[in-house]
Ligand binder design. Sequence first.
Ligand SMILES: [Zn+2]
Ligand SMILES: [Zn+2]
Length: 104
Amino acid sequence: MQTQKLVLTCPVCASKDVYYTCTPDCCFNHVCGECRTTFEPVTAATGAKVSGVVPPDPLPVAGDPTVACAKCYGIAVYRAGDETLVCAGCGAVLVLELTEVAPG
Ligand SMILES: [Zn+2]
Ligand SMILES: [Zn+2]
């Protein structure tokens, strides 16, 4: 399954100009480049699994949106469809949720 880089949409202004500002060791705080809203994405497992997840090419770089897998806590989580994420580490099919929304 070919995947694409994660894209996060600001929950306040719907901009996709969103940056990851921290490190996975710390937290998943992201900031919107338009309105400075901050939020943390989390994933929830759907219970489904896939195999043969192909990471996007090129791979995400530091500062690109990043989220942890709800199952294995890895960060090799990519977009498989508009609403669907998959973990390349364990194959879990995930859905995205945004928490800790703090309007800028
Ligand atoms: Zn925004
Ligand atoms: Zn996983």
